[in-house]
Design a protein around this ligand. Structure first.
Ligand code: ZN
Ligand code: ZN
Length: 300
């Protein structure tokens, strides 16, 4: 379930347009719709009462309830409850931000970045009370930017010649230190190294790691077959790891078809399983510990 609103990220709309598109209510900042299992979330920076704050790409969004302690059930507490459980109930969350009155900026699909927590804030009567705070991150924009980074890497690799290919590459066998991300429009992006990916492709002998008989063509400036590097544990999830994900152990060589299938295909899980089984030990040698279930979630 879910809704494709057809809005561009960053597009400014009004509340009426939001209501028509999502068939949601208009009272308050959390507008759930049961029939499509979505919630429209409005972070209104023009209201004095709530203190929604951006910090390192995460919006700390205050739940609903103007008086007394905020709840996870009852009315309007049930909305907090729905958001609290959004990782398990599959609810799709669409974020709008209001910086100028009446102007709703679409920020795209968001999800909980970590466990919601409680803190003390003043209520409408100036009395101290407990509120729920939901750490939200912009997934849609993040995935889009991450795919752009991957594309940039492919473009950079287009120019390599046979003499750029490492004569003999061996796995390092130890974790590599993390590099700080760059922040673009409140989203943290992790850059990829061209030479690391080239090592990984060379190690796979420029074959598709799903099946070495998969056909490809010869590269323009080289005698090697064309395959594309793909980070098995996606770079966008670097925050979850204490080590660098841009390492040969985490980069697989895929033919164009398998690469597109793993990103956009219905049967991506089959490919993912093959790669996970063949890479699990190598990933661990680079300090990347992950279960197949968690990896599969990252590709949903
Ligand atoms: Zn990829
Ligand atoms: Zn393939």
């Amino acid at each position: 379930m879910g809704v494709d609103p057809g809005f561009k990220i960053g597009e400014k709309v009004n509340l009426l347009k939001i209501r028509e598109t999502f068939h949601c209510g208009s009272m308050g900042g959390m507008l759930p719709v049961n029939s499509t299992n979505i919630m429209v979330i409005i972070a209104d920076q023009t209201l004095g009462l709530y203190h929604d704050m951006w910090e390192n790409g995460i919006l700390h969004y205050t739940g609903t309830g103007k008086l007394g302690d905020q709840q996870l059930d009852g009315n309007p507490g049930y909305k907090n409850g729905k958001l609290y459980n959004s990782r398990s109930n599959g609810m799709q969350l669409h974020l709008f931000e209001v910086i100028k009155k009446g102007e709703y900026i679409y920020r795209g699909i968001v999800k909980l970045a970590s466990q919601p927590y409680q803190e003390e804030q003043l209520d409408e009567n100036g009395v101290n009370r407990k509120v729920w705070v939901f750490p939200l991150k912009l997934v849609e924009e993040e995935i889009k930017l991450d795919l752009l980074e991957e594309e940039e890497l492919r473009t950079k690799l287009a120019s390599f010649t046979d003499k750029d290919i490492p004569f003999e590459f061996i796995y390092n066998g130890k974790p590599k230190a993390k590099v700080d991300p760059v922040t673009i429009n409140r989203i943290e992006i992790y850059k990829r190294s061209k030479s690391v990916s080239l090592n990984a492709l060379a190690y796979a002998k420029f074959n598709c790691e799903i099946n070495s008989t998969h056909e490809s063509f010869i590269r323009k400036n080289s005698t090697k077959k064309y395959t594309e590097p793909h980070h098995l544990v996606p770079m966008a999830f670097s925050k979850e790891f204490s080590v660098n994900l841009d390492v040969e152990e985490n980069i697989v060589s895929l033919c164009s078809n398998c690469h597109n299938l793993i990103h956009y295909g219905r049967d991506y899980l089959e490919l993912l399983k093959i790669l996970y089984v063949s890479r699990k030990k190598l990933l661990e040698s680079a300090g990347i510990y992950i279960s197949f279930e968690r990896l599969a979630q990252m590709y949903q």
